[in-house]
Ligand binder design. Structure first.
Ligand code: COA
Length: 170
């Protein structure tokens, strides 16, 4: 595979990132709630920072850090640590198109977000569906620790099991 560049998200990346997201939804069913409006799902006022992975000008991956919005992972972590919510952010919207996988692209995206969080004195949490086994292996390889379980509700009364993680201490 050609070299992968991981860099901060720029406004012009939205179309390419949305295209990559739709592709990942087709191959992996991520996110489970579907991608009716992929651009809105990627870009909102709750995004603190985001990064993309690019191969020869084409967006092949994405990750973002988001302000807490009542996620189970946030409340679990705050209850366990006594941390202030102002020092917590949520790692979300991590995906890499199938053709670019297994070249440490997901790892580089996650590490970029983790480095930013360390510099900003933010502790990261996330939830991941138990079906997304590659993502779970990636987080555990990078030292994330499991802090509990959650049920993710979506659609019209559907639900799926998820596990919650906290990033390693800086
Ligand atoms: C999770 C996801 C982002 C991982 O992306 P990725 O770019 O393949 O991630 P990495 O390359 O860093 O790691 C994946 C695997 O490739 C391996 N790998 C990395 N570089 C490699 C190389 N040069 N040669 C061989 N294997 C390599 C890793 O060890 C890892 O192995 P594992 O699957 O046995 O654990 C991707 O699978 C994805 O988008 N999944 C669907 C969406 C999803 O689940 N998102 C998570 C939401 S919480």
């Amino acid at each position: 595979m050609k070299p992968v560049v991981v860099r901060p998200f720029e406004a012009d990346d939205l179309v390419g990132a949305a295209r990559a997201l739709v592709e990942v939804h087709e191959t992996d069913g991520y996110p489970v709630e579907g991608v009716e409006d992929p651009r809105a799902w990627l870009k909102s006022d709750d995004v603190l920072a985001a990064w993309v992975a690019e191969v020869e000008g084409e967006i092949v991956g994405h990750v973002s850090l988001m302000r807490p919005q009542g996620e189970d992972a946030v409340s679990l972590w705050i209850a366990q640590s006594g941390d202030d919510e102002a020092h917590v952010a949520v790692l979300a919207r991590l995906f890499v198109v199938q053709a670019a996988r297994k070249h440490a692209t997901g790892r580089s995206l996650t590490e970029a977000a983790m480095a930013y969080a360390r510099a900003q004195d933010l502790r990261l949490v996330l939830d991941v569906m138990t079906k997304d086994a590659a993502a779970i292996r990636l987080y555990e390889r990078l030292g994330w620790r499991r802090i509990g379980e959650a049920t993710h509700h979506y659609g019209s009364g559907q639900s799926i099991q998820a596990v919650c993680y906290v990033s390693p201490e800086a």
